[in-house]
Design a protein around this ligand. Sequence first.
Ligand SMILES: [Cu+2]
Length: 156
Amino acid sequence: MRATFSLAAGLAAAFFASPAPAHDYKLGDLEIGHPYALASGGKTAAGYFSITNHGTAADSLVAIRSEFPRSEVHGTETDANGVARMVPVPALEIPAGGTVTLQPGGLHVMFMGLDHPLAAGDHVPATLDFEKAGEVAVDFQVEARGEAAHGDGMSH
Ligand SMILES: [Cu+2]
């Protein structure tokens, strides 16, 4: 038991030493990992998180609400000319026992109609609505835009 305790203490120390601590949410069998959004000075911002389904049945993320007029899940699709574009994903399925990860370059939340810039350190409260599990309030931590950030050049 002592060894287990020491490991837990070590993990806790590592957790608190991190400059942008991860934060997780639980809703029934679903676990929402580290929601964050990228800083933006434009009308849109991209958000990311992971969803793990510990249950035995699939569930789907069917809506996201925030202070902004529209928040949608988008996927990316590459056309015959090799041009990537974003397509809305009205119901994002999380398979039983599976994890779906929204990350730069792929699935993302698009916050639309921003009326003010988002800077690193800001927070975007939002509600995720799942078909079966219901709703959970989460907080997207705004982080500085990195090299692999969601490009503003992608069209909608
Ligand atoms: Cu998008």
